[in-house]
Design a protein around this ligand. Structure first.
Ligand SMILES: NC(=O)c1ccc[n+]([C@@H]2O[C@H](COP(=O)([O-])OP(=O)(O)OC[C@H]3O[C@@H](n4cnc5c(N)ncnc54)[C@H](OP(=O)(O)O)[C@@H]3O)[C@@H](O)[C@H]2O)c1
Length: 237
């Protein structure tokens, strides 16, 4: 692995991936609002708020201009929003989640195509929520279902790259801090949360570092799936 680009590199899975890739000797390009906390000579970091869609292209010019090829792109940045009934979620909240989780990724893929930057493998970090339709996962589930279709559609438009939408399984990150906080989410109202809390309590939820390492180990296996398909780390053999 020599050149990688990871979005959402300031915490959680994106930070875990960046750490593991740097340890493996890769040059890693990344972006987030807060910035990557790592200090490494092979890390190139760009502060970028992906909800500001009009800023994405210029930020990528600064970050990736001059890069000749990328072996791996991980479109990882994402937000959960509140677990709440969709009927009680206003459209502006949904728009923001869609902008970050879906449309910013479209713009990134467009930039790669427009700049004719060769990319070997693209992993779009999806979620089991993309296909489960559990109560309360509204805007997030919609955005990840859209992301799965984005992968499928761009597979036609990036024939030299292998794309996959990948559910990373449960990972112990800030997202789970929110989901597992009884003051934030009431299990009685949203039963799917119970499984997450049980997994965290019993130590079955891997750290971001461990989950990142698992994803990197799976990269060759992911390529055996058709480009554009959806896979879940829990079921890949
Ligand atoms: N944790 C899980 O169990 C789990 C399960 C399934 C899927 N996922 C997916 O895994 C991915 C990573 O999430 P995580 O669990 O590692 O959560 P996390 O710790 O909250 O990380 C989210 C990352 O996305 C970045 N991000 C969020 N909004 C952004 C914005 N507007 N502009 C730029 N970057 C932004 C954050 O950076 P800044 O805040 O600095 O901008 C951060 O680096 C997400 O796509 C999530 O949907 C996680």
């Amino acid at each position: 692995m020599s050149n990688a680009f990871v979005t959402g590199n300031s915490s959680g899975l994106g930070l875990g991936l960046t750490t593991a890739l740097l340890a493996d000797g890769a040059t890693v390009y990344g972006c987030s609002r807060r910035g990557c906390p790592l200090d490494h000579h092979d890390l190139h970091d760009q502060h970028l708020d992906l909800s500001k869609l009009e800023q994405v292209s210029a930020a990528l010019d600064r970050l990736l201009g001059g890069v000749e090829r990328l072996d791996l792109v991980v479109l990882n940045a994402g937000v959960l929003g509140d677990i709440r009934l969709l009927s009680q979620t206003a459209l502006p909240e949904i728009y923001e989640i869609m902008d970050i989780n879906l449309w910013a990724n479209k713009l990134i893929l467009d930039w790669l195509i427009d700049n004719a930057l060769p990319v070997d493998q693209v992993v779009l970090i999806s979620s089991g929520a993309a296909v489960r339709g559990n109560k309360g996962w509204g805007a997030y589930a919609l955005s990840k279902a859209g992301l799965n279709m984005l992968a499928q559609l761009y597979a036609h438009e990036m024939p030299e790259s292998h794309l996959i939408a990948l559910a990373p399984g449960l990972v112990d990150t800030a997202m789970q801090d929110y989901l597992c906080d009884p003051e934030q989410v009431e299990v009685g109202d949203f039963p799917s949360i119970e499984k997450l809390r049980a997994a965290r309590d019993s130590g079955e939820m891997p750290s971001a570092e461990l989950a990142a390492r698992q994803i990197l180990q799976l990269l060759p296996a992911l390529k055996r799936h058709p480009s554009g398909s959806f896979a879940d780390v829990r079921t890949i053999v």
